[in-house]
Design a protein around this ligand. Structure first.
Ligand code: ATP
Length: 250
């Protein structure tokens, strides 16, 4: 297994059972474009799942649908057997770099603090524990020295890391990341790869769209091959095969 974590062995300290994300019959349309049709798969915590497929395959749309950011035209998305809209605190979403307004006036630390707000609720004050989580998230992305900078004053890769830190600070159970490795240099990529594996080992579910087919095997446990429809889903060993890739990439 070359040091890769298998979800089935990973100890899930968040949950006694294996919590599952169950998607069935999912359809999403933008005006006339049917971006997703009859998409179904189930993924359980403790795994890292790659979403792969050509440009326009619907990878971003699938992540947004799970995050509740685009409406479904059909199907259901359940987490632990309950509609995903009931669980928004358990889901953290990293948008694609282009979709973020980087001129928004906030420091790196301020951005990461925003990740805590969804855990706060109106009745609870900011505590030392929140501060500690923010600091830990900044450290795990090696952003301590940049914490006072405005996000507009960062490089693209640093901005990406700041947003990933925000998702981590949220301590969500499911991390949905739209091309998280985009724009990162090699050390940052390796750091993120280790970090995502740790997240899965701690019982989280990581779902990430990913373009670089050459690194899927090293980075992920499972893969969903998507091209408007779900063409294949399973472990990398079972599913990441030439014939399956040909179905999606032609
Ligand atoms: P890429 O690899 O290029 O990022 P993707 O797999 O993430 O692509 P999506 O961005 O989900 O694909 O797009 C799926 C389809 O939906 C495409 O045909 C795209 O043109 C269309 N689409 C996406 N967003 C919108 C939108 N806001 N309005 C209309 N159509 C959209």
């Amino acid at each position: 297994m070359s040091g890769k974590l298998s979800g089935h062995d990973a100890h899930c300290h968040h949950c006694a059972n294996h919590h599952e994300l169950q998607i069935s019959g999912l359809g999403v349309s933008y005006q006339k474009i049917r971006a997703l049709e009859e998409v179904g798969f189930s993924a359980s915590c403790g795994n890292t799942v790659a979403l792969i497929g050509p440009n326009g395959a619907g990878k971003s749309t699938l992540l947004k649908a799970i995050a509740g950011l685009v409406p479904r035209t059909s199907g259901s998305i359940l987490w632990r057997g309950v509609k995903v809209s009931q669980w928004h605190r358990e889901f953290a979403y990293l948008p694609q770099h282009e979709e973020v307004d980087w001129s928004f006036p906030v420091t790196v630390r301020g951005l990461v603090e925003m990740g805590r707000y969804s855990q706060l609720g109106w009745w609870r004050r900011w505590r030392d524990e929140d501060e500690a989580q923010v600091t830990a998230a900044l450290e795990s992305l090696h952003l301590e020295d940049l914490e006072k900078r405005q996000i507009s004053e960062l490089s693209g890769g640093q901005q990406q890391r700041a947003f990933i830190a925000r998702a981590l600070a949220q301590e969500a159970h499911v991390l949905m990341l739209d091309e998280p490795f985009n724009g990162l240099d090699r050390p940052a990529r390796e750091n993120l790869a280790a970090l995502l594996r740790r997240q899965a080992a701690q019982g989280r579910l990581v779902i990430a769209s990913h373009h670089d087919l050459g690194t899927v095997r090293d980075l992920f446990d499972q893969v969903l091959i998507l091209n408007r429809k779900a063409l294949a889903f399973g472990t990398v060993d079972e599913v990441f095969t030439e014939p399956n890739l040909a179905l999606a990439y032609g």
